[in-house]
Design a protein around this ligand. Structure first.
Ligand SMILES: Cc1cc2nc3c(=O)[nH]c(=O)nc-3n(C[C@H](O)[C@H](O)[C@H](O)COP(=O)(O)OP(=O)(O)OC[C@H]3O[C@@H](n4cnc5c(N)ncnc54)[C@H](O)[C@@H]3O)c2cc1C
Length: 482
């Protein structure tokens, strides 16, 4: 068979889109037929196999990608199993000459990429890698001494000093169809829950897929970007982009987000530096994971390895279900459970409460987030949990313990956010919405709240929890002395 008639395989992983997707563009540019592939591999990631909320999202995202590919005259092939075996099988079946794919930063995914290259080399098949998920190559940003960064601010400055990402490229109008290949039926993967169907809140909140990502980006740029500085910390309003799951699944490129924000700011003179800096936290997290592959499992700062965390199944369960008796924490944990997402300010509050007030390990929180977030991302999740626990790069100092009641009063002064997710407290006024345990009996009675019955009593005293955490941190060699 002449090369021109032989296909190439286009392997989608964390980059489920056609627009501004380097691997897609390069595969199409060969002029050869293209066989697009997605592999559901639950073996290779080990404990980091997709969580429940991510599986729900993936289902919608793959449906959207398949429809977009069909619109361009192509057909998405779905296979399940170990990735190298699945890819080798498809290459063998189709006589493909090359594989095109995006670079991934997760340690298991990097090891997989290496195994794939070895296997393909043995078959004489070229593998072409493209940057599809990040603004910069993970190891391209280097300190003056050519090392990785461990502090965010100079990392961000180095990013701003580089050439901005190139303008986004269009999706190909046509993709030359490859040979017919067998494909799994997506329904047979059972990615969405049936009984019980816990995904109703997710369906109401999100539209997975490239189309949904672009709608969300347009909405954010038109309605919220201009006020981002002022509203991004207010969880009761939609002041942030809510693009994180779309970015995580690669349904929109970080470059497109960057340019859309820059373009809108140039048109309107609206400030956008704060927003771009948030986007760079994502890059920084990937940079950290690239250089510290054990980031999801081990504290970056070794001295935190012997932190005397408690095993307290009851407290952990109360935290997971939003039954701690601390309204701001409970609202956040219920928002997560219902919608698969939580506002960043509230993530900081609930994470600090778990690790510090409850003295439960950050890895427990990281695992729960992994299973319940639609934007669960190995780099951002582990970097942020380490940051809040004080053991990561450039981390919050261990002695900064957020007081969840004060955080509530500051960022949810009206109590609207709490009332939305903690209906037991709906009728409680703003004075006591974040501290129902302090409210006089008459106020509670009028609001129909009985602390300890209709709404839990706090599972830990805020002052006592704080003191216990500080004592635990100080017990660590070098930390307490520092
Ligand atoms: C304990 C904890 C765990 C987290 N786990 C995740 C996770 O698994 N996946 C995830 O995408 N984000 C995670 N974050 C970061 C942050 O909370 C979310 O990215 C953000 O809330 C997403 O909302 P948004 O898209 O409206 O953000 P916006 O404010 O609109 O920001 C734009 C984009 O910048 C990126 N970003 C913003 N803040 C951060 C940050 N602190 N770290 C990394 N990237 C950031 C996201 O891609 C986001 O979509 C975590 C934060 C904490 C404190």
């Amino acid at each position: 068979m002449a090369n021109a008639a032989r296909p190439v395989v286009l392997w989608f992983r964390g980059d489920l889109r056609l627009r501004d997707q380097g691997a897609v563009a390069a595969a199409v540019a060969t002029g050869q037929p293209v066989v697009p592939l997605y592999v559901l591999d639950d073996e290779t990631p080990g404990r980091w196999r997709l969580g429940g909320a991510s599986r729900w999202w993936l289902d919608g995202s793959l449906r959207s990608l398949a429809a977009d590919l069909a619109g361009a005259g192509s057909q998405l092939v779905l296979r399940r199993g170990e990735t190298v075996a699945a890819l080798s099988g498809l290459v063998h079946e189709t006589g493909a000459t090359a594989v095109f794919a995006g670079v991934a930063v997760e340690p298991w995914a990097r090891a997989l990429s290496e195994r794939l290259e070895t296997a393909m080399r043995q078959s004489g098949v070229a593998v072409h890698w493209h940057r599809t998920v990040s603004l910069f190559d993970a190891d391209a940003i280097r300190t003056q001494s050519n090392g990785p960064y461990s502090v965010y601010s100079p990392f961000a400055r180095a990013c701003f000093a580089r050439q901005p990402p190139r303008p986004p490229s269009d999706a190909p109008a046509r993709i030359l169809a490859g040979p017919d290949c067998s494909s799994d039926d997506l329904n047979s993967w059972k990615l969405t829950p049936t009984s019980p169907d816990w995904a109703g809140g997710l369906r109401e909140s999100w539209m997975p897929g490239e189309g949904g990502a672009r709608v969300q980006l347009r909405r954010f740029v038109a309605d919220a970007l201009g006020q981002y500085d002022g509203t991004r910390n207010v969880p009761s309003v939609e002041g942030t982009s809510r693009l994180s799951p779309h970015l995580h699944f690669g349904e929109i490129s970080a470059g497109e987000v960057w340019h859309a924000a820059r373009g809108a700011a140039a048109d309107t003179g609206k400030p956008l530096e704060t927003f771009l800096k948030e986007v760079l936290w994502r890059e920084f997290s990937m940079h950290l994971l690239w250089h510290h592959p054990r980031l999801p499992e081990e504290p970056l700062r070794r001295e935190f390895g012997s932190m005397p965390f408690r095993q307290d199944r009851a407290a952990l369960a109360a935290w997971r279900r939003g039954r701690t008796g601390i309204p701001m924490v409970d609202a956040g944990m219920r928002q997560l459970w219902q919608t698969g997402w939580m506002h960043n300010r509230v993530r900081l509050v609930v994470a600090s409460f778990l690790v510090k007030h409850l003295l439960i390990s950050w890895q427990e929180g990281e695992s729960w987030f992994w299973d319940t977030l639609v934007d669960a991302d190995l780099a951002s999740n582990s970097a942020n949990w380490q940051w809040i626990a004080g053991c990561g790069a450039d981390a919050a100092p261990y002695f900064r313990v957020f007081n969840p009641a004060l955080q509530g009063a500051k960022f949810d002064p009206s109590g609207d956010y709490v009332r939305r997710f903690v209906p037991e407290l709906t009728r409680l006024g703003k004075q006591y919405i974040h501290t129902p345990w302090d409210a006089p009996e008459t106020v509670l009675a009028e609001a129909g709240v009985r602390v300890g019955e209709t709404y839990p009593r706090p599972i830990v005293g805020l002052e006592a929890g704080r003191n216990r955490a500080l004592a635990a941190y100080r017990s660590l060699d070098r930390v307490g002395a520092g």
